[in-house]
Ligand binder design. Structure first.
Ligand SMILES: *Cc1c(COP(=O)(O)O)cnc(C)c1O
Length: 442
């Protein structure tokens, strides 16, 4: 806990914290952004990213066999990078003031769990499963990993427990793949997690433990319970190296997609990426990966709800993961499921501190409006949290970042990372859409 006095000292040093504390939408530019070449050495690098990509390749035959919907893509889980010109025009009121091209990275369509959590969550479980299987001698790296669907592997994995805490999507990704491999898996769900997500997990054979409290409580209890069993693995969203590394592979894939669409990224052609941010793992991991590839020619912005600006609060105060949004008097209540977290990831925030260009905060109402507008213009459905990045290009143009970094926006490629949506049931989609339409009319 922090005293009022301490919080006031933070505000004196960084007046923007007063606005953040009052849940006002803010646009923060990171004064500690560093050139990648000068940034401190991190605990992971490009070699780790390449190795992570290889792990995905080894598991491709497993996916084809275990999840037939991945057959067409040969077991590689990837999503399209789509240009969304109609949405771009709508966003700037048809004044064509937003310069550059606007793309959507459609992780809402990622197979199996329909969110960006497939990248980090699946990767952490694959890493753990492979480690166990190699160590036991049941598996060799040269094997065709479709053997992992065999009964002897299911039986082997069933002796191991996996635990995870989640506001929804991480639980879905960890739960679905762990259960498929045969693990005993328990998902500790915060109170704000949607009922349909809990039901879906139950059907997949996952044990769901429900909490009255928020994500912090779910993760504390989940961590403690899981770690009391020496044969158990806890997927720790607040401090996970493997989740982070899984997300970085998304950067390698985007680089391929940009290349195949003949899109240049260099000093005169900036790439600007806007990602919804919860604990900061997925936006931090993809930003880290993109920085490894494009250096200072890529600019990564995060977007958080005004009621849950966990990473922003950690960075602005310098307190990192020691401080929560509750500590500055915010309630951490938002309809943006994946973003309803009060405390940032320890692992990710250390890295984002010097790599993130800035953070914008957005009100929930705005997310629902964007959801309806994207559906109307491009016929793409996203869940509310996944729309957050769409505020990015307009917000950026109003900051002094453009000038200080001499961004040539006429040649810019803006990528909005759409992080989830596929699994949202029809009745829920309708409700979200109608709420957005209603808000647009008033
Ligand atoms: C989890 C999630 C995010 C944010 O990822 P973090 O790693 O928590 O920052 C964004 N969008 C959706 C849909 C999510 O589920």
């Amino acid at each position: 806990m922090y005293s009022n006095n301490q919080i006031n000292v933070f505000i004196e040093t960084s007046p923007i914290l007063e606005e953040i504390k009052r849940a006002k939408p803010v646009s923060w530019v990171n004064p500690e952004l560093q050139s990648v070449r000068h940034a401190a050495k991190f605990s992971i690098d490009m070699n780790d990213m390449r190795a992570a990509e290889q792990l995905w390749k080894r598991f491709a035959p497993f996916f084809v066999k275990a999840f037939p919907e991945t057959e067409e893509s040969h077991g590689i889980l990837e999503s399209p990078l789509l240009e969304i010109p109609k949405m771009k025009s709508l966003l700037d009121g048809n004044k064509e003031e937003t310069k550059g091209r606007l793309f959507l990275k459609c992780d809402n369509a990622l197979p199996i769990c329909g969110s960006i959590k497939a990248r980090g969550g699946f990767f952490e479980i694959m890493t753990y499963a492979e480690h166990l299987a190699l160590e036991s001698g049941l598996l060799k790296k040269e094997d065709n990993y479709s053997v992992l669907t065999a009964p002897k592997f299911r039986e082997f994995f069933s002796k191991h427990q996996i635990g995870v805490a989640s506001t929804g999507n991480l639980g879905l990704s960890i739960g679905i793949i762990s259960a498929k491999l045969g693990f005993e898996v328990t998902v500790y769900m915060s109170a704000d997690a949607k009922q349909w997500k809990k039901e879906l997990l139950g059907k997949a054979g996952v044990t769901v433990v429900e909490f009255d409290g928020d994500f912090s409580e779910a993760i504390s209890v989940g961590r403690e319970k899981t770690k009391s069993d020496p044969n158990a693995h806890f997927v720790d969203d607040e401090d996970s190296h493997d989740l982070f590394l899984g997300y970085t592979v998304g950067a390698l894939r985007i680089a391929e997609q940009l290349k195949s669409q003949n899109i240049k990224v260099d000093a005169d052609h900036p790439l600007i990426v806007y990602s919804p941010c919860g604990v900061g793992g997925s936006p931090g991991g993809t930003a880290f990966g993109l920085k490894q590839i494009y250096g200072d020619h890529v600019h990564c912005f995060f977007v958080e709800p005004t009621h849950s600006p966990a990473v922003l609060t950690g960075l602005v105060t310098g307190e990192m993961s020691r401080i929560s949004v509750q500590d500055i008097g915010l309630d951490n209540v938002t309809d943006a499921d994946g973003l309803a977290v009060g405390r940032p990831s320890h692992f990710a925030t250390k890295i984002s501190k010097s790599l993130v260009s800035g953070i914008f905060t957005v009100e929930d109402d705005e997310l629902f409006k964007l959801l309806a507008q994207l559906k109307d213009t491009e016929n793409i459905f996203l869940e509310p949290s996944a729309t957050a990045g769409l505020i990015g290009p307009q917000r950026l143009q109003k900051t002094d970042y453009v000038k200080t970094h001499q961004l040539n926006l006429n040649n810019a490629t803006h990528i909005v990372w759409a992080t989830g949506g596929l699994l949202v049931p029809e009745f829920q989609r309708k409700k979200f859409y109608e709420r957005g339409r209603q808000l647009l009319m008033t």
